[in-house]
Design a protein around this ligand. Sequence first.
Ligand SMILES: NC(=O)c1ccc[n+]([C@@H]2O[C@H](COP(=O)([O-])OP(=O)(O)OC[C@H]3O[C@@H](n4cnc5c(N)ncnc54)[C@H](O)[C@@H]3O)[C@@H](O)[C@H]2O)c1
Length: 309
Amino acid sequence: MTGGAGFIASHVADLYIEDGWEVTVLDDLSTGRRKNVPAAAEFVECGVNDARARKLLEEGGFTVLNHHAAQMDVRVSVTDPLFDERVNIAGLINLLEGARRGGVRRVVFASSGGVVYGEGDALPHREKALKLPVSPYGVSKLASEYYLAMYAQLHGLEVVPLRYANVYGPRQNPHGEAGVVAIFCSRILRQEPLTVYGDGTQTRDYVFVGDVARANLAATTGPLGRLRSIDDVAFNVGTGVETSVVELARTILNAAGANVPIEHVDARPGELQRSAVDPGKLEAQWSWRPEVGLAEGLQRTYDWIATDQ
Ligand SMILES: NC(=O)c1ccc[n+]([C@@H]2O[C@H](COP(=O)([O-])OP(=O)(O)OC[C@H]3O[C@@H](n4cnc5c(N)ncnc54)[C@H](O)[C@@H]3O)[C@@H](O)[C@H]2O)c1
C-alpha cells in the first residue's frame, strides 16, 4: 500500500495486518512518519513517481494495491497545480502501469467526497451527485477515478475509489481535509483561542479514521457491481451528518474540559458552505456503518494529540 506512514493509511495497514494480510508500505515520508508504519509491515521509502515504485508493483507479486499517498493539501494544489498533478495523476499512472504488469487484482483508492462533488445537488451527496471540483486537488481526485475506470476496462483491474468525507482521529495532521480538528486541539493545549472563519455555520461530515479503515477492508474483498460509470464502483465513506464548525469547536472544548474563547474572523473566499456524503451504498452493499460517534471520536483524537505534543 502507498501512504502507509501517513494518517489514514497507517490505520488501514494496522487493520490489514490484524486481518492476516502481508503488507508492504511505500511512502516518501514527505508528510508521513516512519513510526506510524506498523512493525509487521515491510517499509520501502520511495516516491510514487519513482521508477522503483513501478518496478516494485511489477515484480512484488501483490494481489491488492491500496493507494493513499497523495499531495492532499487543497491550498498547495491551488498555488502549485503542476506539483499536484505530478504526484496525484502522474504518480497514480506510474503505479497502475506497474500494477497491471505485475498481475495486481484490485486497486483501492483514497478519493474525496469533500471535493469531487459540486454544490448543485441536495445533501448528503449520493455517489451519482453532480461532479464539479473547484480546486486542482479535486480535479486530480476525479481524474484519478477516470484513470482507474479506464484501467479496469482496458486491463481488467478491479477498482474501488472510496470517496471520504472529512476524516479525523489519532495521528492526523493539520493539513488534511479535517485539519481543523488537529488545529483546534493544538490551540486548546496551548490555551489559545479557537479561530473560526465567518459565522461558523459552514458544515462538514466528520468520519472517524477507524471507521474509514474498516471501509478499506470491505473494499479490499467485497463483491463489485458492473462498471458503466465511475459512480458504479465508487463508495462514499462518511456519516451523512453535517456538523458546523462552531458545533465542532464546542464538542472538542467539551472533550478537553477546556474553556478557551471562540474568535470569529473574516470568512475565507471560495470556502464551501456545506458538505456531507451519503454512506447508504456502503451500508447496503457491504454492511458498513460508522461506529464511532463524534463526541467519542473527538475525545480519542484530543487525548492522542495531547500525548503526542
Ligand atoms: N484526511 C482527510 O480528511 C481526507 C479526505 C479525503 C481524502 N483523503 C485522501 O486520503 C489519503 C491519505 O490522506 P491523509 O489525511 O492520511 O494524509 P497524510 O499526509 O497523513 O498521508 C499521506 C501519505 O502519503 C505520503 N506521500 C505523499 N506524497 C508522496 C509521494 N509523492 N510518494 C510517496 N508517498 C507520498 C506521505 O508521506 C504520507 O505518509 C490522501 O490520498 C488524501 O487525498 C484524505
